[in-house]
Design a protein around this ligand. Structure first.
Ligand SMILES: [Zn+2]
Ligand SMILES: [Zn+2]
Length: 389
């Protein structure tokens, strides 16, 4: 299968540990895992965090590549980059073939990644034995500064500044270049320089943005991570086209990531915050990239007809205000005031009346009660519902 573009999908974007708190839902809670399909059909997976499970479960087997093989580049052996491996269903299917690339850890020695597989699935940490993993697995040792080819794509690696070591990868495809540099702390002159060489002129530069510049200069110094500001500086300096902020801190709520993104956009033109489900396509070297958020994460939609006033900022940075009609609404939930007090975690049917083209129209939704706040004096209960269909 060949296409004229490179497709990069984000399956996990959270650093350190997965999060399932509702306040981190929008950007997503799975730990690092990316998928890159190159124009020649080669399929790459970058890191094996918990996002890998979702990638494996999406129906079709992952090896969309022309060769029927998948190439998995692993940056390092911290839990958040390997913990999806035992839950990656395609590893248990005999016909699949995986090529793993990672470095020789001085703590593990030869066949480091193979040992990581075995250790993760050893008793008493995991119920299934390694022998159940039937897919063909090949391991290749790579080190910083290496360059090699996979299909028609050239891969370059660089050491990053991170406790126990970490590799950054550059994948040069015929439709542009992607640099993946997560888990890296600026401040080591030699490694800072090799990051700049790796990222030079990249179409997509994915960089660790776990901490704010304030945290990085105080409480989080030495923890092995970077900030949006360092990413923006490097992107500017080396002429990267688009910066993607990655490895969000588990304590960063969606609102915090929004703020981080806002600051980064004041510093550099083209910035996105990595978000689970985000897909970036690269058309050709030098062309503008396209970023999409697939519908699956905003699937709960209803036709509506609300008059609305919209205030915002244009692409060119100008504030605008406009009256319009909302016709398609994504519904997550509502806060409703009731005289009755429904049971927590029970279902509610909510019917709303909206003025449509043929008079009043009804919009009926099933809700699930997630919160009840009684206001005794007014005899009213404030009920939080999440819409389930
Ligand atoms: Zn990490
Ligand atoms: Zn790490």
């Amino acid at each position: 299968m060949t296409t004229p573009f490179t497709k990069l999908s984000f399956w996990g974007v959270r650093g350190s540990t997965p999060t399932v708190d509702p306040s981190t839902w929008r950007y997503g809670g799975n730990t690092p895992c990316l998928e890159l399909i190159a124009p020649d059909g080669t399929q790459f997976i970058l890191d094996c965090g918990t996002g890998l499970r979702m990638l494996g479960n999406r129906g079709a087997l992952p090896n969309a590549g022309a060769s029927g093989e998948t190439h998995i580049l692993v940056t390092h052996y911290h839990w958040d980059h390997i913990q999806g491996i035992p839950f990656f269903a395609p590893l248990y299917a005999e016909n699949n073939e995986f090529h793993f690339y990672s470095f020789r850890s001085k703590f593990l020695g030869r066949d480091s990644l193979k040992q990581v597989f075995e250790a993760q699935m050893a008793v008493p940490y995991f119920p299934v034995d390694m022998s159940a993993m039937n897919a063909k697995r090949k391991f290749k040792e790579v080190g910083g500064g290496d360059t090699f080819r996979i299909g028609e794509n050239e891969i370059t690696t660089a050491w990053l500044n991170h406790p126990q070591g970490c590799l950054g990868f550059r994948i040069e495809t015929s439709a542009g270049s992607v640099v993946y540099a997560t888990d890296n702390e600026p401040g080591d002159a030699k490694l800072d320089q090799s990051l700049r060489e790796l990222a030079a002129g990249a179409d997509i530069f994915i960089n660790d943005a776990q901490y704010t510049p304030e945290q990085l200069s105080s409480t989080r110094k030495g923890w092995g991570h970077s900030s949006w500001l360092d990413g923006a500086r490097v992107a500017k300096e080396v002429g990267a086209k688009t910066l993607v902020l990655f490895h969000h801190d588990p304590d960063s709520t969606d609102r915090i990531v929004d703020t981080i993104l806002k600051h980064a956009r004041e510093e550099f033109d083209s910035v996105f915050a990595a978000s689970e489900g985000m897909v970036i396509t690269l058309g050709a070297p030098g062309e503008r990239v396209e970023t999409h958020m697939p519908g699956s994460r905003t699937a709960l939609r209803r036709e509506a007809h609300f008059r609305a006033r919209v205030c915002g900022v244009t692409e060119g940075g100008h504030a605008f205000e406009e009256d319009t009609v909302v016709r398609d609404l994504s519904l997550l939930g509502a806060l409703i005031s009731l005289k009755h007090s429904p049971r927590l975690q029970s279902e509610l049917q909510v019917t709303m009346e909206t003025p449509g083209v043929n008079g009043m129209e009804r919009m009926q939704l099933r809700g699930y009660v997630v919160r009840i706040d009684g206001e005794a004096e007014k005899g009213q209960t404030s009920v939080g519902v999440v819409f389930t269909d």
